[in-house]
Design a protein around this ligand. Structure first.
Ligand code: HEM
Length: 195
């Protein structure tokens, strides 16, 4: 049975602090990645394709993290990966795939991107699941992770009979959305006033 969002432990969408980034600034970021109304539509379409494959999406990313000790490090303590942690985060990650495609990029969405940022930073990492692991994810991997979570999505977008042009349009929209969210995730890492 599908887990509903409200049953996911630690998934606090709509209940988190207000983002320090304003909606006007978000609009300028959207303009900067050339995110258009057509992208919005293509992202929804991508969401329809990816929602039923969300577990497969996360399998691919977890395989990637699991096969790179320097990434698994962030889910580990004393070189031991914490399975409870990986499992708890996985559910929220699946939800994120659905959210990024289907939720409007409004104030609530913006606020949750800030929460995700804090959960990678030493301010809040490990707190949601009350575990002990690496104290924060290094900034450099937030940026570099954009590539794998973009590249690995394309074959999945192509699985539901869309034309190559449609797949490309959905992929571009996904790429832009990931760049936006990753940019918002860097906020706590940047010196005050310089974001
Ligand atoms: C573009 C880059 C990334 C995106 C979009 C992303 C997205 C996410 C999302 C959506 C969550 C769950 C948020 C929630 O609690 O609702 C999460 C949690 C987490 N991610 Fe990432 N992530 C990125 C990069 C990374 C990298 C490079 C690592 C290193 C392996 C990493 C490690 C983690 C960890 C350890 C958590 C759990 C944090 C906690 O203690 O709450 N992430 N990420």
């Amino acid at each position: 049975m599908d887990t509903t969002a409200s049953e996911i432990k630690g998934y606090d969408y709509g209940k988190t602090a207000v983002s320090p980034v304003s909606l006007q600034e978000l609009e300028l970021l959207k303009a900067t990645v050339l995110f258009t109304a057509a992208d919005e539509e293509n992202l929804r379409k991508a969401g329809d394709v990816l929602t039923e494959q969300a577990e497969a999406v996360i399998d691919i990313w977890y395989e990637l993290v699991g096969s790179h000790p320097h990434l698994l490090f962030y889910f580990s303590k004393n070189n031991m990966a914490n399975l409870e942690y990986l499992t708890a985060v996985r559910k929220r990650f699946v939800q994120w795939v659905k959210d990024i495609c289907h939720r409007p990029f409004d104030q609530t969405w913006l606020n949750y991107q800030y929460e995700i940022a804090l959960r990678h930073h030493k301010i809040k990492k490990n707190k949601t699941d009350e575990i002990e692991a690496a104290p924060f994810v290094h900034y450099r991997y937030i940026i570099t992770f954009i590539y794998p979570i973009t590249a690995t999505i394309k074959p999945l977008l192509a699985k539901k009979g869309h034309t190559p042009e449609e797949v490309e349009a959905m992929h571009q929209a996904w790429f832009k959305a990931v760049v936006l969210t990753a940019t918002l995730m860097t906020y706590p890492y940047v010196r005050a006033g310089e974001f």
